[in-house]
Design a binder for this molecule. Structure first.
Ligand SMILES: [Zn+2]
Length: 427
């Protein structure tokens, strides 16, 4: 295990037991460092963060954390539509190379984000801590069903070392758009001990597994979407496993993880993100009340996220009796990745990168509504970028799509446009 990973993981083993004051003392120098960097390396933050520095001087002015709540909340849409202004012109050498990624766009705004190697290392180590604290056996095979268009059935992708602590453990990856029968066949061939999966992909797997020769896992690790108690119970019964839930986002990294003692508590990964829960007026919510999840990344120097509204809701619970000082979430809501139901009952997680809408209809945001199994409505906000809107071209394109993709987006009726600004096309 590389030295930096080892040092960070060692640190995580200790910081999870810090109390609230000690955690804030641990975070504050990192918040200050990130804010000084963001103010000097991006055009957007130079202005937004001015109140944080005495005389507005981000280089040598005193850092004034007491002015934190004067910093405006950054929405996903602000970020997506003005991405260059939030991207750092340079990054500290110690934070490593810069990676570019794209979110799935299932919230309607695909985001081409940038990530520092440092953030990826931090996320890897957060995962390692979850494996440790939840007592994963690190040597047997681990299967991950996730968005990876190159991990095609029947092979998927294979490599060694899903945990940095056990380089021999084999990792298998399969794209989540694979039909559930093929997912099952792939899993039966690969025989993983652990499964890593979205809750919305897990649910049909549970149903399909009930027949003969059922799959068994030691651990099922869920991520990204809300895991309902019903799905958790059903997975435990179907796979005879322990379910471990994690929460994060591509652009901000690891946000929270399930308490090893109390399964209904999610501990905030305070070593990776400074997390606030805010009401509509921007005030912190009381314990037990749902608030918008607003994070400040401590490690993404390539695209600083400072007071970034992730688009989810969560509530703080009381301090956890397990003794860990990491703030405890009693509930996470939202983050319902849209799922299409196909006529055969299969669920399809949409991926905006698969879609050709942007070629035919200049738009800033879109929303798909499934009214019935065969009726879909596309609502969109026009981009006004000078290009012509071509609904007939879009319709022709969708009709040319191979039926084997099981796309639910095969229009059965004509296309008509209505309404502004949320102009809509109905299939
Ligand atoms: Zn706990």
């Amino acid at each position: 295990m590389a030295l930096l990973h080892q040092l960070f993981l060692d640190s995580l083993r200790a910081t999870q037991w810090y109390d609230a004051d000690k955690l804030l003392s641990f975070q504050l120098p990192q918040i200050e460092r990130m804010c000084r960097h963001a103010a000097s390396a991006t055009s957007a933050y130079a202005e937004r963060l001015r109140p944080l520095f005495r005389f507005g001087d981000s280089q040598s002015g005193k850092f004034r954390f007491e002015r934190w709540r004067d910093i405006p909340i950054l929405t996903r849409r602000d970020l997506a539509t003005n991405i260059d202004a939030f991207t750092a012109s340079s990054t500290p050498e110690a934070t490593g190379a810069v990676r570019t990624g794209t979110t799935s766009g299932s919230t309607g705004t695909p985001l081409a984000y940038r990530a520092s190697t440092l953030m990826d290392i931090a996320s890897i180590c957060q995962n390692e801590r979850v494996y440790e604290e939840h007592d994963f056996d690190l040597f047997p095979p681990f299967a991950s069903i996730r968005l990876d268009p190159e991990a095609i059935y029947p092979e998927g992708k294979r490599r060694k070392g899903w945990s940095r602590s056990a380089p021999s453990g084999e990792l298998g990856v399969l794209n989540l758009h694979t039909p559930v029968e093929q997912q099952l066949a792939w899993l039966k061939e690969f025989k993983p001990t652990h499964l890593h999966v979205y809750p919305s992909v897990l649910e049909p797997l549970i149903e399909a597994n009930a027949i003969d020769e059922p799959l068994r896992f030691e651990r099922v690790m869920t991520f990204s979407e809300v895991l309902s108690p019903e799905t958790r119970r059903a997975a435990e019964a179907a796979f005879d496993c322990k379910v471990v839930d994690c929460y994060g986002c591509n652009e901000g990294g690891f946000i929270a993880w399930q308490c090893p003692v109390h399964e209904t508590v999610m501990h905030i990964a305070a070593e990776s993100n400074f997390v606030e829960l805010l009401d509509e007026q921007g005030e912190p919510v009381a314990q037990g009340e749902l608030g918008r999840v607003v994070l400040t990344s401590l490690h993404n120097f390539a695209m600083p996220l400072i007071r970034y509204d992730v688009g989810d809701l969560a509530a703080f619970g009381p301090p956890c009796s397990c003794g860990r000082g990491l703030p405890a979430l009693s509930r996470i809501a939202g983050r319902t990745h849209s799922v299409f139901i196909l006529p055969g009952g299969r669920r399809l997680v949409p991926d905006a990168r698969d879609l050709a809408f942007f070629e035919f209809i200049p738009m800033r945001q879109f929303q798909f509504v499934q009214h019935t199994l065969n009726d879909f409505e596309l609502r969109y906000v026009p981009a006004h970028d000078g290009r012509e809107t071509d609904p007939a071209g879009l319709l022709a394109h969708l009709r040319r799509r191979p039926k084997t993709t099981e796309s639910p987006l095969l229009p059965r009726r004509g296309i008509s446009a209505r309404g502004i600004p949320a102009r809509a096309i109905t299939f």
